[in-house]
Design a protein around this ligand. Structure first.
Ligand code: UN1
Length: 493
């Protein structure tokens, strides 16, 4: 095994196909630490087309038996997987931080969250599984049964290496589907860890395959003839292509894509609370959440005071190695992502009406040679691409509004509709926000990010396509219904 610069072992990447671990024979993949890009976290080879064909064939083969396995037996495996995940939360959480860049606390928290999601979906076995309707005919009733869809392709992003896969894979398996999973190639180690947990929990061979691959392999998986449905979280552009490909094939698709989520701070808001929540929403995970707060609308009467408070707290954030206990914000996922965001910032800074309140410039310190960017707050005098385009980094754009109506209009502006936050205790403002903001998730007095495992999650407008995720809502995508008219032959005579 190769040694990394910190003497931590470089983990070997493996794929799981038809119940067997194998090293791929595609191109070499080195999974690096974005805080120290010369440090390898894991290494291996990508999966090849042959692995894909075998994984899909194994999933097809395993499907009838898995679907016929009692729901409680499937749930028992999910429950045991949750235990294995919890048992390894510290180690896997640190590995997550090392390959993705979010802080250690966020990494460990995310691993525990994955366990919680598995437990929720284990509990589904003990909840109602369908509906019964009355019949207009004597001696008859009508049942609606929820049945698994078949082989589900799961394609997941880098920013939640274990929680997002958990909230797709747990319901997929729990409801009786088999899965072929392609995680983002930036975070392959956590994908191996989650797969190990399921194998250790007793998941039968072929029910889940893991293929570490690039976007091309993901595209082939999505269009593979042996796949019945596709669930995806990631960029808007990839999501739209995936929807188009699935449309051509009449294949159900569920996609979670971009966001440009606004926090609205109204004049009556608790400004301390709002500053803390906006800070968390904008800069946790270095702003790399589709639910991150990337826009702030602040009411004119409190704007100067709030921005002074916020800027002071942003300047106090400690940016550095995500494994250091006192780090508040780590790097973004890669040097490439850092450079792309920096280029967008440089272009914005040259436009009229754009004023950088804090951050905005790259670090010139050698210790910050990783994929670090400063937390940045930018005031906009009017409309600007920074107000509309998702940067997926630690950049918060701010505009001022004269009244509630203008504030909500600004918050709702643009093509996305994932989440929003409104800071106020005014019931009229809360009611207006609930009615007017076209978002999938609305927070009153809390940050725009976050998703509890038992409630629906997903966006409106261009942020999402297909049924919602999480909680019972997940059943809509991961099952299909059969309506059964049941009548005894002698009934009604
Ligand atoms: C969260 O806000 O905790 O990709 C979850 C994303 C979202 C998940 C957000 N699908 O960032």
């Amino acid at each position: 095994m190769r040694q990394s610069s910190t003497d931590r072992p470089v983990r070997s990447l493996r794929h799981l196909v038809a119940g067997e671990w194998r090293s791929g024979d595609g191109e070499e993949l080195v999974d690096v630490n974005p805080a120290r890009p010369h440090e390898a976290v894991a290494a291996g080879r990508l999966a090849a087309d042959r692995d894909l064909d075998e994984a899909v064939a194994a999933a097809r083969d395993a499907f009838p038996r898995w679907a016929a396995t009692p729901h409680h037996v499937r749930a028992g495996i999910l429950d045991r997987a949750a235990d294995v995940i919890d048992l390894h939360a510290r180690q896997w959480g640190e590995e997550l931080s090392r390959e993705e860049g979010k802080t250690r606390a966020e990494g460990i928290g995310e691993v525990r969250r994955a366990a919680e999601i598995f437990r929720y979906h284990a509990g589904e076995a003990s909840r109602p599984v369908g509906e019964v309707f009355a019949s207009p005919r004597p001696g008859e009733h009508i049942q609606v049964l929820h049945r698994p869809v078949g082989v589900v392709a799961v394609v997941t992003p880098f920013n939640f290496p274990i929680a997002i896969p958990a909230w797709k894979i747990a319901p997929a398996l729990g409801y009786g589907n088999t899965v072929v999973w392609k995680p983002a190639d930036a975070v392959p180690l956590l994908a191996v860890r989650l797969t190990e947990a399921l194998v250790e929990a007793g998941l039968p061979g072929g029910v889940l395959s893991l293929l570490i691959g690039d976007g091309e392999l993901g595209g082939r998986l999505v269009e593979h003839p042996g796949v019945d449905a596709v669930t995806f979280t990631g960029s808007t552009i990839v999501g739209r292509n995936l929807i188009a490909a699935c449309g051509r094939l009449a294949r159900p698709a569920q996609t979670e894509m971009g966001g440009k989520n606004a926090a609205v701070v109204l004049a009556d808001a608790d400004l301390d609370l709002a500053a803390g929540e906006v800070l968390a929403g904008a800069f946790r995970s270095s702003g790399q959440k589709c639910t991150a707060t990337s826009r702030l609308v602040v009411a004119e009467p409190v704007a100067d005071e709030f921005l002074a408070l916020l800027t002071k707290r942003v300047l106090a954030l400690r940016v550095g190695d995500p494994l250091d206990e006192d780090t508040d914000m780590g790097p973004v996922v890669s040097l490439r992502a850092r450079d792309e965001i920096q280029r967008a910032m440089d272009a914005a800074a040259a436009r009229p009406g754009v004023e950088i309140l804090t951050g905005g410039r790259p670090y010139d310190d050698d210790r910050m040679a990783g994929a670090f960017l400063p937390p940045t707050v930018v005031a906009l005098a009017g409309d600007d691409p920074l107000w509309r385009e998702e940067l997926f980094g630690p950049v918060l754009s701010v505009r001022r509004a004269h009244d509630l109506r203008a504030a909500l209009r600004l918050a709702d502006d643009g093509e996305f509709g994932l989440s929003a936050a409104v800071f106020t205790d005014d019931l009229r403002a809360v009611t207006a926000a609930t009615e007017r903001l076209d978002v999938g998730v609305l927070h009153i007095n809390s940050e725009t990010a976050g998703a509890d495992p038992h409630v629906p999650f997903g966006g409106a407008r261009q942020s999402a396509y297909g049924p919602k995720e999480q909680g019972r809502a997940a059943r809509e995508f991961f099952t299909r219904t059969t309506t059964v008219y049941v009548r005894a032959s002698g009934a009604g005579r």
